[in-house]
Every structure is written in structure tokens, then in C-alpha cells.
Design a protein around this ligand. Sequence first.
Ligand code: C2E
Ligand code: CA
Ligand code: CA
Ligand code: CA
Length: 278
Amino acid sequence: AKRAGGSSYAFFEAHMNAGVREQIALQRELRLALERGELALHYQPKVSAGRQRMTGVEALVRWQHPTRGLLGPAVFIPVAERFGLISAVGHWVIEQACRQIASWQRQDLHLRVAVNLSVHQLRQEDFVRRVAATIAREGIDAAQLTFEITESVAMEDAEGTLKAFEALSDIGVQLSIDDFGTGYSSLSYLRQLQVGELKIDRSFVQDLESSADARAIVEAVIRLAHALGLQVVAEGVETAAQQDVLTRLQCDDLQGYLFAKPMPAEHVAAWAEDTRRR
Ligand code: C2E
Ligand code: CA
Ligand code: CA
Ligand code: CA
């Protein structure tokens, strides 16, 4: 028994070291990636439930790694958060998104772009000032930029979130609660937050066809949001059946592989044109 315990400990230690070593290597490469321009934003359309017109896009960060290929945010955002790089990465994402809004504007494509925020960004002293400066520099309308913050982050630090949201709302950007339904926000807290939108978490959308409970929850969330004057977006819509239920329940916007996967910026205009013609 003793021997078995010893070897499983050795295994645990070796395993952990490998994980930590890998993260350390990755964070070193991530610093360089920023300088070398290896990060890119892909954009996933949101469409109106009724007519399936594009109402905006969500920016999702990617890393074109020189040897590992295209990496998703789940691989490197946690590393950026852990090693103090999230501020730099997050700021690059906001700058890139604002630049893209301006560029689409010049092509007469007036698109709202949603950007995901990490909790560390909201806590930064000069975050709101930097956002305002970026918006001014790119000459865009602040209302074209939306920040998505997950419900769990908004709950974790309610006081701080409330303050940050107030300041962001004051400069005119839109705010959205992501992964809604997975946390425990209270009604009164939701009312205080200056958000314009709730995004129903994919887990509920996935269960819509099989679970009456999921349907009841989604219906209640949509009613609640509308009663508070908020828009509702469902994420992760993959089937026509899910689309049907969500449309019947009066969900405003839909997003998911059924309509489009995240795509490079240069494909977005053509996609918008296609959906206009449908
Ligand atoms: P999220 O904000 O909940 O984004 C939705 C994720 O679901 C995206 O994964 C998207 O590609 C994926 N998705 C969209 N439609 C479907 C669908 O129909 N089915 C399925 N199975 N998946 C779908 P992605 O791009 O890998 O992003 C994962 C998470 O990484 C995001 O979750 C977000 O929390 C985070 N993230 C992405 N970009 C950024 C960023 O710039 N900054 C920060 N802090 N986090 C980011
Ligand atoms: Ca999101
Ligand atoms: Ca989400
Ligand atoms: Ca989600």
C-alpha cells in the first residue's frame, strides 16, 4: 500500500510539473505573440430570431501559434490571466475590435461588435479611461461596442462590477451578461446593473428539446429580461428545432453554428450580404 501511494504521488508530481512547465512556456510565447502579431480576432454573427438578419458579431480571440497551429482562447486566456498578461491581451482585443468597427464603417457596414472581458480587466484602475481613449482614437460610436461579462464574474465582485458598469455605461458602451442562468444574480442586482442584454448560456439551449425544465427556465429568463427592458440572445444554437423553440419564446437574437461559425473579419461582409439576399 505504501509503495502504491508513493508511486501515485510521484505520478501526481510529475504530471503537475509538466502542466506548470507547459504553462510557463506558453506564457513566454504569448508575450512574443503579442509583438509578432500572432493573435487574431474571429467574428461570429448574431441574427435576429424572426428574419435572421445579422444584428452584430461577437469577437473571439485566436492565436496562430507558429508550431501548434490555431489555438482557441480556452488554451491561452487562463494562462494570460495567471501570468499577468490578460491586461495586455485584453487591450489588444479591444483595440483590434475598435479598428475593425471603423474599417467596416468605411465599407458602409455598420456593425455592433461584442468583446468578452475578463474579471481582471474590470478591476484595472485605468480600464474605462483606456477604452474611452481607444474609441476616440478610432473615431467610432461607443454604442457600437458591447462588452460581455459572464454572470459568475458579475456576481463574484458585485460592488466592483456595479461601479465599472456605471463608468462604462457613462461613456456610452453597451453591456451584456454572458452565460446567463449559470450564476445566481438577484433581480434587484440585475436592475441596478446598467446592462442592455442577457445571453442565455449554451447549456440551456442544448437541453431545450429534451428537457421541459430547460424550456421553462429559458421562457422565464426571456420574460424576465423583457420585463426589465433587456434584449435576450441565445448562444450555441445548433439545430432548427432549437431555433423554432427560441423564436416561439420571443428570444430576440440567436447565435450559433446553425447560422455561422466564428470567421475572419474579411468574410463577414460577404456573409452579411448573403443573408440579406436570402
Ligand atoms: P463565450 O463568450 O461563451 O463564447 C462562445 C463560445 O462558444 C466560442 O468559443 C464560440 O466559438 C463557441 N460557439 C459558438 N456557437 C457555438 C455552437 O453553436 N456550438 C458550440 N458547441 N459552440 C459554439 P471560443 O471562441 O473557443 O471561446 C471560448 C471562450 O473564451 C468564450 O466563451 C469566452 O469566454 C472566452 N474568450 C474568447 N475571446 C475572448 C477574449 O477576447 N477575451 C477574454 N477574456 N475571453 C475570451
Ligand atoms: Ca461571450
Ligand atoms: Ca457565452
Ligand atoms: Ca457559455
